[in-house]
Design a protein around this ligand. Sequence first.
Ligand code: NAD
Length: 262
Amino acid sequence: MQSNSHKDLTDKVALVTGAASGIGCAIASKLAHSGAEVCLVDIQESLLQQASLLMNGQVSTVVADLSSPESIATMQEVIARKFGRVDILVNNAGLQHVEPLESFSLEKWDEMMHVMLRAAFLNMQSVIPAMIKNGWGRIINIASIHSLVASPFKSAYVTAKHGLIGLTKTAALEVALKGVTVNAISPSYVRTPLVEKQIEKLSEIHQIPHDQVIKEIMLLPMPQKELIEPEEIAEMVIFLCSDPARHINGHNLVVDGGWTIT
Ligand SMILES: NC(=O)c1ccc[n+]([C@@H]2O[C@H](COP(=O)([O-])OP(=O)(O)OC[C@H]3O[C@@H](n4cnc5c(N)ncnc54)[C@H](O)[C@@H]3O)[C@@H](O)[C@H]2O)c1
């Protein structure tokens, strides 16, 4: 068994999707600080460059549209040419759309399924063979509290995140004997642009101001009554990559401020 001590990810190659913003950016930054060679993937080129600058240009970037299998294949070729393998895969890219079921467009439904579910599947399919060959790998899927509970107007998001847990568990079983772990992290509300957009939309739907949306809708089910910071989720990723976490497999690590206690 190859091993790495806690927080020492030197010589590991990490791929983080949706790394230009929010949680993905925080994860990429912490992985880089832990010594990994990090490749940031996102559809937003200029934000991706900004994220890379934040990390002192010590990371690689690839622009890709994860809703497109062709774009994913091109991204995988670029990464294979540059690094030869991926040791840590973080499937983080995601998007939210808040809309009643009856008016939810098929186009948006498909985009969300493709980015949050199909892309995760395709990326796992691509990195697992080298992980198995090397006897070490960490796959971390950023799910959501909505992998466990539902909220109105989020049909595609809730469905994709529930599905991502099924994919996580299945993959974990398949690679259990190979030194590879596959886990999910499920946060409730984290302070990122994705949440800021939801606050805007919920404020429109419910006809209430932003601070009321945060207090009376978002934080209502969270006993701890605070938005989570992206760096807290990034720390969970570092933990799951560490040696002491090597027997945590197929797990959904819930970081929800107590939302699902009752
Ligand atoms: N913020 C939260 O409260 C929260 C809570 C639970 C789970 N999550 C999950 O965490 C992940 C990151 O969310 P965030 O809050 O940091 O959001 P964010 O909007 O800040 O970042 C998401 C990133 O994904 C990228 N992305 C979206 N579509 C893409 C595509 N087609 N191809 C490539 N990249 C694409 C975006 O460009 C963006 O940089 C998502 O999977 C989200 O569902 C977020």
